[in-house]
Design a protein around this ligand. Structure first.
Ligand SMILES: Cc1ncc(COP(=O)(O)O)c(C=O)c1O
Length: 441
């Protein structure tokens, strides 16, 4: 594809995005929910990588717009969603909550299984929930270019979509293992007008150093983040956007769980007894479950939350809980999180979006407080569950999402689940991941 053409097509420097005046259904959430208002103890602060002192807003200003920096440290329970963002959400929100009757029958379970399906977004996953919000706040501050990293490409495609809707340019560093094995989301990014590079690349100091150290590296999200952060820091018109891990990303994703609370009540259910979400950096899991955990804390419901992570990259179940960098080069702030160490390079999994060495500080904190637990799922087990789900319900889950399905399938087959409401976070569809399924079936 000719990136020059695509880039100039979206390279406008328009004013802060105004709402188009569309009718927005009342079922589209009006506010994001912030679990920081309800945590019994505050999340340990992010630290400056040089001084190891808590970060101030100005430390983040070169990379993020002030509105997002303020959301990062906010303890307000509800944050109003701008009208222009709600209008875009209304293109696919509320996303469906579906009773998985055929899956129940296939498993022979007495549990009532529901799945919340984020694959209906234009990009095919939950990631646009935050991509649109982040692009909006950056555009409102006059930023014209966003840089980011991506694993399997779901986040890159989502930010490319959001930038195209907001009239911005977008440059994505994609982990080499996925760049080589999964070209279709790159084509998606390019169709939306973005540029996508294989990471590590020769375009940044960080990338060149990593290639010098290991020319055959398969790459990692930690490496790609270093490149995208460096590129943004060197361009005054550019900011960096992160698709997971940070508090403001967890905030934006909360539309998922808030809708679930309404939709479960409409279905006549008092609560989800157990909720399963897949966990890479933690954002779809947080989006699905933080509103439910908040309700547990405020109203005494008893939803149990299980974070399903890949056995090959098990930050929650095997990592240490300590301060660590979000990237390999050590450019990002120090975050208190479950981590396998910033230099950990996971094997090239099909679920590329789960190949991250750390876990969101808010998710890590929730684990430490006993508000959720972790479960490691092997790749074959995950695909087996994905195939059962596809054959029963029709939707082919994203390889990442199959981890949540596997956790739920195992539980629903146990006697413990009798009569319970089991909730699955189906974070995306796998239609662009069919080669991975082909390798399995
Ligand atoms: C469909 C899908 N689910 C889950 C994830 C994992 O990310 P997170 O843990 O932030 O939701 C990704 C990441 O790219 C993804 O594409």
């Amino acid at each position: 594809m000719n990136n020059d053409v695509n880039t100039s097509a979206t390279g406008s420097t328009g004013p802060a995005p105004e709402p188009m005046g569309a009718d927005i259904p009342s079922t589209v959430p009006t506010h994001w929910y912030n679990l920081n208002a309800d945590f019994p103890e505050p999340v340990p602060p992010a630290l400056h990588p040089g001084t190891r002192e808590p970060l101030g807003p100005q430390d983040l200003a070169p990379l993020f717009p002030m509105a997002l920096i303020l959301q990062e440290v906010s303890t307000e329970r509800y944050v109003e969603i701008p009208e222009a963002v709600r209008e875009i959400y209304a293109l696919w929100r509320p996303s469906p909550l579906v009773r998985a009757l055929r899956l129940e029958r296939a498993l022979g379970t007495k549990a009532r299984i529901y799945y919340k399906y984020e694959g209906v977004s234009p990009a095919g996953s939950h990631k646009p929930n935050t991509a649109v919000a982040q692009a909006y706040y950056n555009a409102a501050e006059g930023i014209t270019r966003l840089t980011t990293e991506t694993g399997a490409g779901q986040w890159g495609a989502s930010l490319a979509l959001a930038c195209s809707l907001m009239g911005m340019t977008c440059e994505v560093w994609q982990v080499r293992a996925s760049y080589d094995a999964k070209p279709y989301r790159r084509f998606q990014m390019e169709t939306y007008g973005s540029v996508c590079h294989s990471s590590p690349s020769e375009l940044t100091d960080a990338g060149r150093a990593m290639l010098a150290a290991d020319p055959d590296t398969t790459g990692s999200l930690g490496m790609a983040i270093s490149e995208a952060v460096e590129a943004a820091a060197k361009d005054e018109q550019a900011h960096y956007a992160l698709g997971s891990v940070l508090n403001h990303v967890m905030l934006h994703q909360s539309v998922i769980g808030q809708e679930v609370l309404v939709q479960l009540a409409e279905a006549g259910e008092r609560q989800a007894d157990v909720a399963f979400g897949c966990a890479g950096g933690g954002s779809n899991l947080a989006g699905l479950t933080f509103p439910l955990i908040g309700r547990n804390l405020r109203e005494g419901t008893t939803t149990r939350v299980v974070a399903c992570e890949p056995a090959a990259c098990p930050s929650i179940t095997q990592g240490e809980y300590r301060y660590d960098h979000g990237d390999v080069a050590g450019l990002t702030p120090l975050l208190k999180m479950h981590t396998l160490g910033k230099n950990f390079v996971p094997p090239p999994l099909h679920a590329g979006g789960l190949r991250y060495h750390g876990m969101a500080p808010m998710v890590s904190h929730a684990v430490e407080l006993g508000l959720m637990s972790g479960q490691a799922v092997g790749q074959d087990e995950a695909f087996a569950a994905g195939v059962i789900f596809a054959r029963a319900e029709g939707i082919i889950p994203a390889p990442e999402s199959t981890h949540a399905v596997a956790g739920a399938v195992e539980y629903a087959r146990s006697a413990e689940s009798d009569g319970q409401v089991v909730l699955i976070g189906l974070s995306g569809n796998g239609v662009l991941d069919l080669p991975a399924y082909a390798a399995y079936v």
